[in-house]
Design a protein around this ligand. Structure first.
Ligand code: ACO
Length: 402
């Protein structure tokens, strides 16, 4: 719905568009999204084709630099990333300072910010060459931070990666390798993880990406912008929904699996409960990512021989919602977060880490958007307001106040 007000201010006309529902913040050549038709493309390539045929690192390159890499470009990109995979040992002390109960998203955001202190060369970058340096540095170090965040939760020693492995396989190893045990790779798991990361890699001007662009527009630096993006992603109305979905499905299961009861709650305007993983600001049709993830959930659980009652509850909720007038009228469909948690759970990733996995996937998108914004020399993001507070009034001394 268009809900824009235009107001006259001393400096001219100002548009008030709550939630920026109809306001474009930039021109971008990265991701195309048609919410009515359910189309999503990265740099012109359909998400369906990329999820099926490409690898995450190729997609990262595509998003950031605009074209799919040839073999040599991909090999060099990977080599440059591997060369930066060390994270300063002092960072372990910072991680140590967090209680074990700390939410991984808070830890990750803090660690990403802390990384700036150990990589000052990544802050004031403006040339393409300097940008490239900062980009490969964060693509290398961020997975280490993700793995450490998980390992700290699990009480496992903090290790580094294995340069002989592919990008995603290395991430998996860093996360799950047990001390004194040989790491066993699983093709199915790596492929599922790769696909999930691709599906999350970019989604144009969503809340976290807009945050990255606006923080970056002050020239605060890539890592600082990313740290802010991680915080924005954390919220349950955005990336935090994947954790919230799984917790909701578990609660429904515990409560006897009565999906109708929860559908009724979601429709009750006096009840704050929302059907998590449903609805989207832009998609008024199926989220194409949700379709792919639903199929992947079926495939992965089937191949792994997992019979998870939660998948059945999710499918039941989807079926009911698609036939329910409330959801039909409001064009509420499952979004990317509805089925992703079921796969993460099957892969052995703890619920609290789900949004961290989203951040890992979104990293190339955030980088691409930040780079585009800087290369286009966009001005500092600085929205206006319409003041509705008190007029000028005289100060009253504290003892005279009522
Ligand atoms: N359950 C029940 N009702 C809903 C839901 C839901 N999940 N989502 C929207 N609605 C209703 C609203 O109550 C509103 O109803 P009304 O017109 O009677 O007042 C109408 O649908 C429109 O909803 P808004 O909140 O105005 O839509 P908005 O575009 O601002 O919000 C959002 C989109 C935040 C995604 C919302 O649908 C939501 O909260 N969904 C659940 C959380 C979620 O899954 N977030 C992940 C989004 S995907 C991502 O960020 C990666």
């Amino acid at each position: 719905a268009i809900d824009i007000k235009t107001l006259r201010a001393s400096s001219g006309m100002i548009t008030i568009d709550p939630g920026f529902k109809n306001t474009g913040s930039c021109e971008s050549a990265i991701t195309f999204l048609d919410g009515e038709k359910g189309i999503l493309r990265y740099r012109g390539y359909s998400i369906e084709e990329l999820a099926e045929k490409a690898e995450f690192l190729e997609v990262a390159y595509l998003l950031i630099f605009g074209e799919l890499p040839n073999q040599e470009q991909l090999a060099n990109f990977h080599k440059d990333i591997k060369a930066e995979s060390h994270v300063d040992e002092e960072m372990k002390k910072i991680l140590d300072g967090f209680p074990k109960s700390a939410h991984p998203m808070g830890v990750l955001s803090s660690l990403t910010s802390a990384l700036i202190a150990f990589n000052p060369a990544s802050v004031n970058v403006s040339s393409e060459k300097e940008m490239y340096g900062a980009i490969v540095r964060i693509l290398a170090k961020f997975p280490v931070l993700v793995a450490w965040t998980l390992r700290k939760k699990k009480g496992l020693p903090l290790d580094y990666g294995d340069d002989n492995l592919g990008y995603v396989e290395n991430i998996h190893k860093m996360m799950f390798k047990k001390p004194n045990q040989e790491y066993k790779s699983n093709k199915l798991v790596i492929e599922a993880l790769d696909k999930l990361l691709i599906l999350h890699a970019d989604h144009e001007q969503n809340c976290s990406t807009s945050t990255v662009r606006i923080v970056g527009s002050s020239h605060a630096g890539l890592f600082a912008s990313l740290s802010a993006g991680i915080s924005a992603l954390w919220g349950p109305l955005h990336g935090g929904a994947n954790q919230a979905v799984l917790e909701m499905l578990e609660a429904i299961e515990k409560d006897g699996g009565d999906t109708k009861k929860y559908m009724a709650k979601a429709k009750d305007k006096n009840d704050p409960f929302r059907l998590m993983g449903f609805g989207h600001r832009v998609y008024k049709n199926f989220d194409p990512r949700a379709k792919i993830i639903k199929k992947a959930a079926d495939d992965v659980l089937g191949d792994m021989g997992i019979d998870d009652p939660i998948l059945e509850i999710a499918k039941g909720l989807e079926k009911e919602a698609l036939e329910d007038q409330y959801f039909v009228d409001r064009k509420l469909y499952p979004n990317v977060d509805f089925y992703s948690g079921i796969i993460y759970r099957a892969l052995g990733i703890p619920t609290e880490m789900f949004t961290v996995m989203f951040a890992l996937g979104r990293l190339p998108g955030w980088i691409a958007q930040w780079r585009e914004m800087r290369l286009k020399n966009e001005p500092i993001g600085r929205p206006r307001q319409v003041y509705i507070g008190e007029n000028a009034r005289a100060f009253v001394a504290v003892e005279k106040r009522k």
